[in-house]
Design a protein around this ligand. Structure first.
Ligand SMILES: O=c1ccn([C@@H]2O[C@H](COP(=O)(O)O)[C@@H](O)[C@H]2O)c(=O)[nH]1
Length: 271
């Protein structure tokens, strides 16, 4: 998917919401556990209830890998369902991969070709040759970890290297990578105060912003400092939407939460 198409979807839906599909069988309503593939059934219901209010879905692969082969099958079925029924939705494999070049190519093939995700999150620590194999895929996007939402981000990412903090070095340096037009960055909503500085380095790039909802980040702060003339933001909420209710009304409750966020986003877009 191109970023122009993504921008069209944002305007059409008045939303830049990404729904995180982080399925934990301990939190799935009990009546679904009796089905053959509870993870897929849960995702299907969540997708049907939220798709009108969002432009992207982000399964975090950890939640599928944890269930072995069954988990991978559920992820494949979820992706096939999305691509068949809602091809206009931007899909993100939150896999945080990163390895030497030939291995990186295999990761890219697995997620961008095999499972047909539109994008994948990648850890930048191993540098240029670990990132460029992902950037070689046309109309696919590599979302580099820039400044993450967790408290441990301050251990390394904000530490100054020569002239600037590591997260700024990652963003500035990666702009020179071959295929950098396919780059996006992860910036946590909990670090919204850094967004203005990040925008100086990446004025047009889309930013995937997790951390609103359960982690307490503020949507209005993110918009204030991070929004561009074509929005440039995909704001993710996972637990805050998909576990809005633990009862049989879980999908309705998720739809309501997604709609609330969409309405706040529509108001931000009007500003
Ligand atoms: O900096 C980061 C990078 C990734 N994540 C992931 O996003 C979701 C957030 O889930 P919530 O339930 O809305 O808190 C989850 O998959 C994280 O692994 C992040 O939170 N921060």
């Amino acid at each position: 998917m191109t970023t122009d198409f993504l921008w069209e979807q944002i305007q059409k839906k008045q939303s830049f919401l990404c729904v995180g599909l982080d399925v934990d069988l301990e939190k799935v309503p009990p009546h679904l556990l009796a089905t053959e593939d509870p993870i897929f059934e849960f995702n299907k219901a969540i997708i049907e209830a939220t798709q009108a209010y969002c432009v992207a879905y982000k399964p975090n692969t950890a939640f599928y890998e944890a269930y072995g082969l069954d988990g991978w099958r559920s992820l494949e079925r979820t992706m096939a369902y999305l691509n068949e029924n809602y091809p206009e939705q931007f899909t993100i494999a939150d896999a945080k991969r990163g390895d030497i070049g030939n291995t990186a190519t295999r990761y890219a093939k697995a997620f961008l070709e095999g499972m047909q995700f539109d994008s994948i999150t990648v850890a930048p620590y191993m540098g240029r040759d670990s990132v460029e194999p992902f950037l070689a895929f046309e109309d696919k996007h590599t979302i580099l970890l820039g400044l993450t939402s967790n408290p441990g981000a301050f251990d390394f990412q904000t530490k100054t290297l020569e002239a600037r903090p590591l997260f700024k070095e990652v963003i500035a340096c990666s702009q020179g990578y071959k295929g950098s037009e396919n780059l996006m960055y992860v910036v946590g909503a909990t670090k919204a105060e850094y967004l203005a500085e990040i925008r100086e380095l990446a004025p047009k790039s889309f930013l995937l912003v997790p951390g609103v909802g359960a982690q307490g980040g503020s949507l209005s702060e993110v918009c204030k400092y991070g929004m561009t003339d074509q929005v440039g933001l995909l704001v993710n909420s996972s637990r805050g939407i998909i576990y809005a209710s633990s009862g049989t009304d879980f999908a309705v409750a998720a739809g309501r939460k997604a709609q609330e966020l969409q309405q706040q986003m529509a108001a931000e877009l009007k500003k």
